[in-house]
Design a binder for this molecule. Structure first.
Ligand code: ADP
Ligand code: MG
Length: 485
């Protein structure tokens, strides 16, 4: 915090300014008073001296006895009196203390003096009266140098006091500002370094405002801490709940695609099973009729075996598909795609879909093959659903390629693409444009999680326009990008 913005500084300034103003005012008052006192003193001195002089020179002035008058005024050699004049009734100087010569000139500004009487504090004027008649005038000129010197020394004394007071004020204000702000600073420092989990205790026992403030802060901190703790627990609970929900979603989605898959498999098995049962029934019948030759037997066994192999392969793929992966393994992409094709083959045939493959042989990926399998089935099923809406040729393209140390899988259809307003939402859970009985809105969400979160890859969807066999098509293209290592 900037010192000049602190309360400490403000308190300091306020006290210093306040006392400085007070002291200055007092100082000015003091100087003024001293001047007044000095004036009064001079006035009194002048007055009493003049009265005395007046008495002493009255008759001598009347008799124009210069020697006596001069003698009398000479005896008043008080340093406050610069000079003393005795004027005759017309204002001419009869005698003066500081000049022995007889000058007989008119006193300067005599008329003014006569009119204004005693206006000037440094000049005292008094008519000398004998038997009710003015016989002359008495003028005392005060020594204004002494006067000024006295004022000056008084002023310097007051000034000295002023600076001492100022110093004391500064020290005093500083101490007061420190005393006032110390508890606040203590609170601030404690709060500044406070860990949100830490318990807060100020140990401020005083029952003043700061004690009250400290107590309120302590209480509020405790409230926030409790709230935080609760929040943490609640967030944890919610996250756990979410994970659980997500798991359930996966299961639900898997069950859904499994159901579809079983339907397909049942359909797919019908033919090989009937081949097997027809073959075995035929050789049994031939044996009973004793017309079974070795060639027939071998051929039929061959056919039964072939079909049984096929059934076994399908059931293996299906088993792998529902098993899911727990372990990261290095697998060949083409193998995974082959078993994927084996699983979706019935669906392709039933729905008149033409599958166009462009698969690179030797791409090996570190990941979860069955999960990838699942992802491809989700994408394929969406393509199939979309293709069911069109009557023209139904196409699905699967391409794999290598690019910048990534394996790329592209799955594309010609069903017209994903509408622009639907596109941003397709990876959200429960987003579906299909009828309740058809869509769960989970397939792409699950696919996204498996590709991005589990395998560290990316997935994106685009609408593409392309040519195939000189025909133009529009469709959705999903691009999966998986890091090789
Ligand atoms: N190939 C595609 N062509 C057109 N629309 C698609 C395609 N793939 C996905 N979609 C859209 O994405 C939505 C979400 O798909 P998905 O998450 O698999 O949920 P579901 O298939 O249950 O609707 C679908 O409802 C559909 O509208
Ligand atoms: Mg789907």
């Amino acid at each position: 915090m900037n010192f000049f913005h602190s309360i400490k500084f403000k308190i300091f300034v306020v006290i210093v300014v306040f006392f400085t103003i007070m002291i200055t005012m007092h100082m000015l008052y003091d100087i003024n008073m001293s001047k007044k006192q000095l004036n009064t003193y001079l006035q009194n001195l002048n007055q009493s001296s003049a009265k005395l002089l007046n008495k002493n020179v009255q008759s001598d002035l009347y008799n124009l006895n210069y020697t006596n008058v001069k003698y009398t005024i000479d005896s008043f050699d008080n340093p406050y009196f610069k000079n003393i004049y005795i004027l005759n009734k017309n204002g001419y100087i009869f005698a003066q203390r500081d000049n022995d010569k007889i000058m007989f000139t008119k006193y300067k500004d005599f008329e003014k003096l006569l009119n204004l009487q005693n206006e000037n504090p440094l000049l005292y004027f008094l008519p000398v009266i004998l038997s009710k008649k003015v016989v002359g005038y008495l003028v005392i000129e005060n020594n204004n140098e002494i006067f000024e010197q006295m004022i000056k020394s008084k002023e310097s004394e007051i000034l000295k006091m002023f600076f001492i007071f100022l110093l004391v004020t500064i020290v005093f204000s500083y101490i007061v500002s420190v005393i006032i702000t110390k508890p606040i600073n203590k609170i601030i420092n404690k709060l500044k370094n406070l860990d949100e989990k830490e318990e807060l205790e100020f140990n401020h026992n005083k029952k003043d405002e700061f004690g009250y403030l400290a107590k309120i802060i302590e209480q509020n901190h405790k409230k926030i801490r409790d709230l935080n703790e609760n929040l943490e627990i609640r967030v944890k609970e919610e996250v756990e709940k979410n994970i659980y929900k997500e798991k359930q979603l996966f299961e639900a989605q898997k069950m859904a695609s499994m159901g579809e898959m079983i339907g397909n498999i049942a359909h797919q098995w019908r033919q090989p099973l009937s081949v097997i049962s027809t073959g075995s029934t035929a050789i049994k019948l031939k044996k009973e009729l004793d017309v079974l030759d070795d060639k027939d037997l071998l051929e039929t066994c061959e056919i039964i075996n072939e079909n049984a192999q096929y059934l076994s392969k399908t059931i293996d793929d299906f088993k792998n598909f529902i098993k899911g992966d727990k372990k990261l393994i290095n697998f060949n992409l083409k193998d995974t795609i082959d078993s994927f094709i084996n699983l979706v083959n019935p669906s392709i045939k039933n729905n008149n879909i033409e599958l166009i493959l462009n698969i690179k042989e030797n791409i090996n990926i570190n990941g979860y093959p069955n999960e990838l399998h699942q992802c491809m089935i989700n994408i394929f099923n969406n393509a199939k659903d979309a293709l069911l809406n069109i009557d023209e040729t139904r196409l699905v393209f699967i391409d794999t390629l290598l690019q910048d140390n990534n394996a790329i899988i592209k799955i594309k259809d010609n069903a017209g693409g994903i509408p622009e307003d639907v596109m941003p939402k397709i990876f959200e859970p429960y987003f579906t444009t299909k009828h309740k009985s058809q869509g769960t809105g989970l397939g792409l969400h699950m696919t996204y999680n498996l590709i991005v979160d589990s395998m560290g890859g990316t997935i994106e969807a685009n609408n593409v326009k392309y040519k195939y066999n000189d025909e133009s098509y529009i469709g959705a293209e999903f691009t999966i990008r998986l890091p090789l290592s």
